[in-house]
Design a protein around this ligand. Structure first.
Ligand SMILES: C=CC1=C(C)c2cc3[nH]c(cc4nc(cc5[nH]c(cc1n2)c(C)c5CCC(=O)O)C(CCC(=O)O)=C4C)c(C)c3C=C
Ligand SMILES: [Fe+2]
Ligand SMILES: [Fe+2]
Length: 357
């Protein structure tokens, strides 16, 4: 009997086009997600639909227009499609690999339906966010669970919740930094996507998590192992170790703050001021919260932070490309899939043996 195993890669999402109407539709779906803007539904509706989406959409549309490729469209979607095509090749015919986006297209619902129709034995869901956050990975997991909840027959379903310390992923980021001749820069910045601080309060299920008292900047512990900030710091430490950077040579910071509430600090823009003040001229930036280059890396880092840094007296900001189509990253994905499949196969075998006794 020929059987197939399903793999579903899910990234964040992107508008259908850089037109204001499509960006509005995308931002509306994205920001109305209660895990992204985690306030009461009534307040969220007022804030998102009354203020953020109407005011932000024209501005965000301009940013998307600046990075949109005439032939391939959204970099995030195009690069994700390339990653899936390469993974399909690596895994061969016994796997059916699907791509979906949490918001907009291709939808998770349609991807799951394709796997269901193919009668796959198993579905492995890989949310493409190395560090766990309720707003990213958590939201993907909740969506998948809701979509499959009513299925009559379930294949074995497994979900990767985080991979912030994946050896091959770390090596890929380090490889890309080496290609930029890291030694030719005064300082290295690890700029992660930001999060409101309140979204970290419940990472230990107590509602009182505090990154300062939980040592999230310096170590991963049993207490902080699901904290986004702690995981970001660990990812940066591991890449820095591969590159032979001492702690004085690099800084971890957080970008893309939205609104007035406190987000995880230090903010990337404050760090640029501090580094320029210390006389840093040439800055190399890695963004290891993303597995593919996207608006946040191609525009915010390269354009916005590049210009900001120059105004502050800096000379150059250089972005290290994301994991994109690097063969080691595709191998990392393949290994994740195979490792998980082996666990499943071992469990099934044990069960079958027991049943035979
Ligand atoms: C409250 C707002 C936001 C939270 C929380 C948030 C978390 C979060 N986001 C990503 C990954 C990406 N975000 C991207 C764009 C983007 N993010 C927000 C807001 C929040 N994100 C906005 C408003 C936007 C749109 C751009 C803008 O208007 O500035 C992207 C880029 C998508 C693309 O098409 O290129 C990614 C990727 C993670 C991983 C995360 C939690 C850790
Ligand atoms: Fe975001
Ligand atoms: Fe923390």
């Amino acid at each position: 009997m020929k059987t197939k195993k399903g793999v579903l890669l899910i990234n964040l999402g992107t508008p259908d086009s850089p037109k204001v109407a499509d960006v509005r539709k995308y931002l509306d779906e994205f920001l109305m997600d209660g895990r992204v803007i985690d306030i009461g539904a009534f307040q969220r509706n007022l804030l998102v639909r009354g203020i953020i989406v109407p005011f932000r959409s024209p501005k965000t549309a301009k940013l998307y227009q600046a990075i949109w490729d005439q032939k391939t469209g959204s970099p995030l979607l195009h690069i994700s499609e390339v990653q899936v095509a390469l993974l399909r090749k690596e895994l061969g015919e016994s796997y059916q690999v699907e791509l979906a986006m949490r918001y907009q297209k291709p939808s998770i619902e349609e991807a799951l339906q394709r796997l269901k129709r193919a009668m796959v034995d198993s579905i492995q869901v890989i949310p493409l966010f190395p560090q766990y956050a309720s707003a990213s990975t958590g939201s993907v997991i909740e969506k998948v669970m809701k979509l499959v909840a009513g299925w009559h027959t379930f294949p074995r379903i497994s979900i990767v919740n985080q991979f912030y310390d994946n050896e091959l992923m770390i090596e890929t980021f380090a490889d890309n930094a080496r290609k930029k001749q890291v030694e030719n820069y005064d300082h290295v910045l690890f700029s992660f996507h930001g999060l409101p601080v309140r979204q970290l309060k419940d990472v230990d299920n107590t509602g009182t998590h505090n990154c300062d008292t939980a040592f999230c900047r310096t170590q991963i512990t049993a207490e902080n192992k699901f904290c986004y900030s702690a995981q970001c710091h660990e990812t940066a430490r591991l890449i820095a170790a591969k590159l032979g950077l001492n702690t004085a040579k690099y800084t971890v910071c957080f970008q893309s703050r939205l609104g007035k509430d406190p987000w995880v600090q230090p903010y990337t823009s404050d760090t640029l001021i501090e580094l320029a003040g210390k006389g840093v001229k040439r800055l190399l930036v890695l963004c290891p919260a993303f597995v593919a280059d996207c608006l946040e890396t191609l525009y915010e880092v390269t354009e916005e932070y590049g210009q900001e840094f120059k105004k502050l007296g800096g000379e150059h900001v250089e972005l290290v490309p994301s994991l994109n189509d690097h063969p080691k990253w595709i191998e990392a994905l393949k290994q994740m899939v195979i490792a998980e499949e082996e666990v499943g196969a071992a469990l099934t075998k044990r069960y079958t043996k027991k049943a035979e006794v």
